[in-house]
Design a protein. Structure first.
Lengths: 139, 139
């Protein structure tokens, strides 16, 4: 093994060829590249439903390590916790939904400037307005 | 004291009149209501710079308790940690910036559907595209 191979071992904790890797994860990087290009050119977001693909836990680890960590982590607590983490590729978000018992129910890679779930929806903001009106009435 | 007063004590851990309260916090609720109405009517976001106002720690606690906790918490780690927490009034976000030593450097109430800082900017997404291209070239 040449010295050049060492950085690859650092990035991928499970090197290709290790038990559990199916080879299904690397093609997703090409899919993500196409989705990122579409986002930049047209503004249209997209997503890959990881739960619907034949990926092993080792494949998931490989993918997560390849994309690397980002700067933004979002936690959404509504009937179970969801985490929306920007990856080391800005615009690519790793999204994990859990049920109220904490079990993972689905995982997505979303390619978007900001995940839809992080936005407050106008009907919720209208409820926020009512809450403020109630607080003011109680002063 | 009538029984009707009890819920107010539950919401405000420091009841009005307690030491440290200046009375500067309650008017901010009216300001927030106006900003939320503007957001709903025009889509224009706005913010209140809490660090620039004469608010004591007790005032800040009162305000935070009055608004209550929301469902979304964002952590942004870039030259110090920033937290962006939706309050119990959707569309009103409590934003705290810290320096690399963890000391609070500024606090804002931002009235917006989603804080600007949570969005990936196009130039960052373009860097993400390059990262993906590099990952694919290394496969």
């Amino acid at each position: 093994m040449s010295l050049d191979a060492i950085p690859i071992q650092v990035v991928h904790t499970t090197p290709p060829g290790e038990p559990g890797l199916t080879g299904n994860a690397p093609p997703l990087l090409r899919e993500l590249l196409e989705q990122v290009e579409r986002l930049l050119e047209t503004g249209v977001p997209s997503a890959i439903d990881l739960s619907a693909l034949p990926l092993t836990p080792a494949d998931m680890d490989w993918l997560r390590n390849a994309l690397g960590p980002g700067e933004i982590d979002v936690t959404l607590d509504a009937n179970g916790e969801s985490t929306l983490s920007e990856t080391g590729c800005p615009g690519v978000w790793w999204i994990t939904h859990r049920n109220e018992q904490g079990a993972v129910t689905s995982q997505f890679l979303e390619v978007t400037f900001v995940p839809e779930l992080v936005k407050a929806h106008p009907q919720d903001v209208a409820m926020g307005r009512e809450t403020l009106e109630r607080l003011l009435a109680d002063l």
